[in-house]
Design a protein around this ligand. Structure first.
Ligand SMILES: *Cc1c(COP(=O)(O)O)cnc(C)c1O
Length: 331
């Protein structure tokens, strides 16, 4: 029972599960559906909202008057945290890491950064490559010395508390699939800080769903990504009271679609953005969901996912970042 855990309602849930007939026809492979977690409602939506329902409840339970988190300059997680804090009347301070080296003013000030400030968050920047969670704790301590009660949220909201949001998504998705009376062969999504995949794997395993899950990596190499997901899934299962429910073999990440690095657009990702936009009226983002979709599309073209199968793409959101990447999109 997830209701044993404190939760504050922030999202518009359940999110829709919809077919993508035009994209499916264009690719000529499996029937592709989309789980619309880009529509979670909070400040243009996205996957962090589900995690924040559990994280912000914990912050409230601890009497926090301020939350802090960290992420890349165009972090969707930072933006959704700023919005959640605004909604709950807490202050929000964000540490933004320069992972791309871009000096484009739209990258550094538009998109998610513009929204962070609209939600009243304060921000500080850091060069790339630091231990950002350690940086955050040290800044949090300076606020604590000044009397603030600060709740810190790790990058991507990815700890066992945040991952409960994706256990919840697994339950929700299975309910929708059962209501439709359809069988799905695979679930695919972009994986980064690991909380989404860890929560989904735990929820699916706890239900014995037998729905294989593939995470498409956006940053780390495969062994590191799979290790991160597995560790967090084990911690999440432990928290849920079903330790050992997740097998190492359940954790599959494909990191062939990262390209040059985190936050740097790829040809495949830009193609995925155009295909989703032109065929389905859906907006992907160049950092996460487009790389996830590019992986799915390539695996369809290679025949890994094929005609006669039915797959679901979890759309994790991120469209606000498009306005930080207009140059890549126009090129
Ligand atoms: C954070 C994010 C992801 C990755 O989710 P993790 O839980 O960090 O693995 C995917 N898509 C978008 C749009 C995101 O913002």
């Amino acid at each position: 029972m997830l209701s044993r855990f404190p939760r504050v309602r922030l999202g518009h849930l359940s999110t829709p599960l919809e077919p993508m007939p035009r994209l499916s026809a264009a690719l000529g492979g499996p029937e592709i559906w989309v789980k619309r977690d880009d529509c979670t409602g909070l400040s243009t939506g996205g996957n962090k909202t589900r995690k924040l329902e559990f994280l912000m409840a914990e912050a409230q339970a601890q009497g926090a008057d301020m939350v802090m988190t960290q992420g890349a300059t165009q972090s969707n997680h930072a933006r959704q945290t700023a919005a959640a804090a605004a909604r709950l009347g807490m202050a929000c301070h964000l540490l933004l890491e320069d992972r791309t080296g871009s000096t484009d003013p739209n990258y550094t000030g538009n998109g998610n950064v513009l929204l962070d400030h609209l939600h009243g968050a304060t921000t500080e920047t850091r060069p790339g490559g630091l231990d950002m969670n350690a940086e955050m704790e040290s800044v949090a301590n300076t606020f604590r010395e000044r009397g603030r009660t600060v709740y810190t949220i790790p990058g991507g909201g990815s700890n066992a508390t945040g991952a409960l949001g994706y256990v919840n998504c697994a339950f929700e998705l299975l309910g929708q699939i059962n209501d439709l009376g359809l069988v799905f062969d695979h679930l695919v999504h972009a994986t980064g800080s690991a909380g989404t995949q860890a929560g989904l794997i735990t929820g699916l395993a706890a239900c014995n769903a037998q729905l294989p899950l593939l995470g498409i990596g956006v940053r780390a190499p495969r062994p590191v990504q799979e290790d991160n997901v597995f560790k967090l899934a084990c911690a999440t299962a432990e928290k849920l009271g079903c330790p050992d429910v997740v097998a190492r073999a359940d954790v599959v990440a494909n990191t062939d679609y990262v390209g040059e690095g985190y936050g740097i657009p790829t040809e495949g990702g830009l193609e995925a953005i155009r295909l989703f936009a032109e065929l389905e009226g859906l907006l992907l983002d160049p950092v996460y969901s487009a790389k996830g979709a590019a992986g799915m599309i390539d695996l369809i073209r290679r025949g890994t996912f094929r005609k006669g199968q039915r797959i679901v793409f979890l759309h994790t959101g991120g469209a606000a970042a498009l306005f930080g990447y207009d140059k890549a999109l126009r090129a």
